[in-house]
Structure formats: structure tokens, C-alpha cells
Design a protein around this ligand. Structure first.
Ligand code: HEC
Length: 143
């Protein structure tokens, strides 16, 4: 009887453990700010900044997707990350402000592409998307 109880307890633990481990240890699946910069923000901004003649729906969609991914990256940055300073940075109001400006600029990129307004796209990319990168790096990069 006692052995059977022990067996059942172990069996139950084996069944439950993978789920506990999955929900309690998400750290391995978290990105660092640096990874978000390199894997998402840099490649997406080069699509946006490189956009010139957007003649087809596919070309426009690529830029819209890049801007959407940038907003997704901003959502990650708002929640910190796995780097040493990432979570404390995310608490700061300047961090949140620069991050929000980047996401708002990405929305402006989407509107400009949808309106097929080259002038607006240029201005969203240069006047609105670029400054928050600079400002945030000035304050937080290699601090
Ligand atoms: C909210 C703050 C913030 C914003 C906005 C931001 N960055 Fe960053 N970025 C950082 C921080 C902090 C680092 C340094 C991360 C580290 O070394 O741990 C960084 C690093 C980088 C790096 C260097 C990565 C490396 O391997 O060292 C690149 C490239 C970069 N950012 C590109 C951009 C671009 C382009 C934008 C604008 C579209 C941008 N970032 C917007 C905070 C920001």
C-alpha cells in the first residue's frame, strides 16, 4: 500500500513536472535587449530605411511587416529582457518614452505606406524613427 502510494506520487510528479518546469522557467525563452536589437530591430529598420520605390503590393507589404515587427520588438523592450540591466532599464520612464516613440514612428511608417505617400514615408523613417534610436542609445547603451 505504502509502495503503491509512493509509486503514484512519483508517477504524478513525472506527469506534472514538465508543465511546472515550462511555466516556471521561461528565462531560456526570453530575449535580451541586445538580441532584440540585432535579430529584430536592425534588420527591420534596414528594410524600412531602404524602402524606395514601392510599386507592388508585395513590396508595400514587406515594409508594413517590418514596421509591425518593430512594434512587436517594442513590446518586448517594454517588458525588459534576459540581459543584466534589461529589467531595470524597462522600469525607467525615459526608456518607456523612447520605446513608445519608436513604436509610434513605426505606426506612422505603416500609415505612409498604406497611403502610398513617399514623402510621409521618408519623414516617418528619418524624422520620427531615427531619433528614438539615438536618444535611447545615448542614455542606455554601454552604461
Ligand atoms: C528603448 C531603448 C532603445 C531604443 C528605442 C533602441 N535601442 Fe538599440 N539598443 C538599446 C540598448 C540598451 C542597447 C545596448 C544593449 C546591450 O549591449 O546590452 C542597444 C543596442 C543596439 C545595437 C547594437 C547591438 C550590439 O550587438 O551591441 C544596435 C545595432 C541597435 N541598438 C539598433 C537600434 C536601432 C536601429 C534603433 C531604432 C530603430 C534602436 N536600436 C532603438 C536600446 C534601444
Amino acid at each position: 500500500m505504502k509502495d503503491k502510494m509512493r509509486f503514484m506520487t512519483i508517477l504524478l510528479a513525472m506527469l506534472i513536472m514538465p508543465f511546472v518546469a515550462r511555466s516556471a522557467a521561461p528565462e531560456a525563452a526570453r530575449l535580451s535587449v541586445k538580441q532584440v536589437m540585432n535579430a529584430m530591430i536592425t534588420p527591420m529598420t534596414s528594410i524600412i530605411w531602404g524602402a524606395q520605390e514601392l510599386n507592388t503590393d508585395a513590396q508595400r507589404q514587406e515594409v508594413i511587416n517590418a514596421a509591425l515587427t518593430l512594434i512587436g520588438a517594442g513590446n518586448l523592450l517594454a517588458n525588459g529582457g534576459s540581459g543584466d540591466d534589461d529589467n531595470s532599464w524597462a522600469q525607467e520612464s525615459n526608456w518607456q518614452q523612447f520605446n513608445r516613440e519608436m513604436m509610434v514612428a513605426a505606426s506612422a511608417v505603416i500609415s505612409a505606406v498604406e497611403a502610398q505617400d513617399t514623402e510621409a514615408l521618408f519623414s516617418a523613417g528619418n524624422d520620427r524613427l531615427y531619433p528614438p534610436c539615438e536618444n535611447c542609445h545615448q542614455q542606455y547603451q554601454s552604461r
